[in-house]
Design a protein around this ligand. Structure first.
Ligand SMILES: CC(C)=CCC/C(C)=C/CC/C(C)=C/CC/C(C)=C/COC[C@H](O)COP(=O)(O)O
Ligand SMILES: CC(C)=CCC/C(C)=C/CC/C(C)=C/CC/C(C)=C/COP(=O)(O)OP(=O)(O)O
Ligand SMILES: [Mg+2]
Length: 284
């Protein structure tokens, strides 16, 4: 393999798009909680810690999954020979260290969230992924926690609590649907994911109920007066996209989980717009 192919393999190991998205979520958490110019360094450190941690988590997932991926995902960097398993492991360790170095500069609560998250990322593939629903809850927690982490970095972890809980619930639903999509491969690997244990339709119903709770709760920032019409005007279409996606997941899980992700991005934009409007004094 040429140097270029190895570097491309390393970048792919991190799932670059997802790592950048996770960094944006942490920045959003800090923005919703409220930051000033004096928080700039802490926000940068929190974003760097999130990007490194997510890249490390994805790389170590491919390291542990290398035999399974040789069958199910032969295009991934380790099975196709772009990077060796050892290189992937060392790359992941380097990224974990980068996350630790960035995180130790933050307030103690942010450090605590980082420690829990780094341990969860290391343990995910071997410990949580194969237990019914547990891996899904862990990924939901990790995604939601990025907002808490951004808030904690600027001294207000609870400032983005509603956003964190909604993101965690919507991610939980999406992960359950993704497990329905992956039943064939996961069964071959001997994993006990939720749809394998309880059946496809019951699992999709669990996902639908979790999403329904999140959608009802998405009214809270408007009802309690934190955000105004800018929020409502964007979160309602986001809710509608996610309801449609949940219904679609019963006939086409793959399309359903992709559509939920679009709804989640629009919901995140609704929070940013709601906060932006309240900063400039538009409260209606
Ligand atoms: C009901 C309601 C209003 C919910 C709020 C939803 C919200 C604000 C979500 C924000 C979080 C968000 C935009 C997440 C983006 C998706 C993401 C990066 C999820 C974490 O990824 C884990 C997953 O395993 C990666 O999968 P894939 O995308 O298939 O590579
Ligand atoms: C705030 C801090 C410090 C960290 C946040 C870290 C975040 C946002 C993680 C979210 C993304 C995540 C859960 C990554 C972990 C690795 C993972 C679940 C990878 C998915 O790998 P695939 O190979 O696609 O799926 P499976 O291995 O689960 O089948
Ligand atoms: Mg994997």
């Amino acid at each position: 393999m040429s140097l270029g192919e190895r570097v491309q393999g390393m970048v792919e190991l991190t799932r670059f798009g997802n790592t950048v998205a996770a960094g944006v979520l942490t920045f959003t958490g800090a923005f919703i909680a409220g930051f000033s110019a004096g928080d700039a360094l802490a926000v940068v450190a929190a974003v760097v810690a999130t990007v490194c941690a997510t890249g490390a988590g994805n790389a170590i997932n491919d390291y542990f999954d290398r035999d399974i991926d040789a069958i199910n995902r032969p295009d991934r960097p380790i099975p196709r020979g772009a990077v060796t398993a050892r290189e992937a492991l060392w790359f992941s360790i380097a990224l974990f260290l980068g996350a630790v170095v960035a995180a130790v500069t933050l307030p103690v609560l942010a450090i605590a969230i980082a420690v829990v998250n780094l341990l969860a990322l290391v343990a995910y593939t071997q410990l949580f992924k194969g237990l019914p629903g547990v891996g899904n809850v862990v990924v939901g927690y990790l995604t939601g926690s990025t907002f808490l982490f951004g808030g904690a970095a600027v001294g207000d972890p609870l400032g983005s609590l509603v956003l964190a809980v909604l993101a965690g619930l919507a991610t939980l639903t999406r992960e359950i649907i993704k497990d329905v999509e992956d039943i064939a491969g996961d069964e071959e690997e001997g994993l006990r994911t939720l749809p394998i244990v309880v059946g496809e339709r019951p699992a999709l119903w669990v996902g639908a109920v979790v999403l329904a709770v999140a959608i009802v709760a998405s009214a809270i920032p408007y009802v309690n007066g934190d955000f105004g019409l800018a929020y409502l005007g964007l979160v309602l279409p986001a809710d509608a996209i996610m309801v449609g996606a949940s219904v679609q997941s019963f006939s086409d899980p793959s399309a359903g989980q992709r559509r939920i992700k679009y709804g989640m991005y629009l919901a995140a934009v609704a929070f940013i717009a709601g906060r932006g409007a309240s900063i400039v004094g538009i409260t209606g």
